[in-house]
Design a protein around this ligand. Sequence first.
Ligand SMILES: CCCCCCCCCCCC(=O)SCCNC(=O)CCNC(=O)[C@H](O)C(C)(C)COP(=O)(O)OP(=O)(O)OC[C@H]1O[C@@H](n2cnc3c(N)ncnc32)[C@H](O)[C@@H]1OP(=O)(O)O
Length: 222
Amino acid sequence: MMSRRFPEAAAVGVGGFVRDDTPTEQVDRREAVVASLAGTVRDLVDATIRTTLGDAELHRIRDDLAAVVDRLRAGQLPGPAGIRYNSERRSWNWGNAVMGAANALAPPLDVVHDASGCHADVDLGAAYEGPPGLVHGGVSAMLLDHIMGETASAMRRTTFTGTLTTRYRRGTPLGPLRLEASIVREEGRKVFVAGSIADADGVTVEAEGVFIQPAGAPAADG
Ligand SMILES: CCCCCCCCCCCC(=O)SCCNC(=O)CCNC(=O)[C@H](O)C(C)(C)COP(=O)(O)OP(=O)(O)OC[C@H]1O[C@@H](n2cnc3c(N)ncnc32)[C@H](O)[C@@H]1OP(=O)(O)O
C-alpha cells in the first residue's frame, strides 16, 4: 500500500494548486477519458458489494484486477492530484473526494451555481449505505460540506470549512437526492452558509456552516 504522506510530491509542487498550461480542449478530452475510467471503477465497486459469486471465482477476479492495478501503476503522479489551472481559467481537480472526475469514490457531484447559491442532483448507490437502505451520515455531511464550501467560495475565493453542523431529520434513502446551499450572511472573513439534502418527500438533512477565508488569502480574485 502506498504511503499516505507524499513528501516527494510536496518537493515538486504536486498536490497543491498547480499551474498547468495544458490547453483547455486537451484538458476536456482527458477529463472525458478519466471520467469514463472512473465510471467503470465505480461500477466495479457496486458490483463488488453486491456480488453473490462463489469464493473461487472471486479469487480469480481479484487476480485479474490486481493485474489491472499494475498496468495503471506503470504511470502515476507522485502524490494526490491537487487542483490544476491553466491561463484560460480552466481548473480541474480530478482527485476531489466529492466531484473528482477521476475519483471512483466520488458519487460524483455535478454542482450547478445559480442565483441563490448552488444545487446538485446525485444518485447514491450501495457504496454509500450506512443504516440499511439509507445514506451513511458521514457521506451526507461530506456532500453538504462540499456543496456548502463551493457556495461560500463562489469559485472566486478560497474558503475552508471552520464549523459544520448537521441535523438529520429523518433517514436519507439511497437513490436520487437533491442538494442545495445558499449564503446566509458574511462577517469579515467568515461566510455563513445553509444547506440541505432532500428526497422526493422533502428535506432529510439540514446543515449550517461557517466557512472561513484563511488569513492572507485574497478576498476575491475576480
Ligand atoms: C476547482 C476549485 C474548487 C473550489 C471549491 C472547493 C469546495 C471545497 C469544499 C470543501 C471544504 C473543505 O472540506 S475544507 C477542509 C476542512 N477544513 C479545514 O481543513 C480547515 C482547517 N482549519 C483551518 O485551516 C483554520 O482553522 C481556518 C482557515 C478555518 C481558520 O484559520 P484562521 O484564518 O487563522 O482564522 P482566525 O484568524 O483564527 O479566525 C478568523 C475568524 O474565524 C473564526 N473562526 C476560526 N476558526 C473557526 C472555526 N473552526 N469555526 C468557526 N469560526 C472560526 C474566528 O473566531 C474569527 O472570527 P472573528 O474574530 O473574525 O469574528
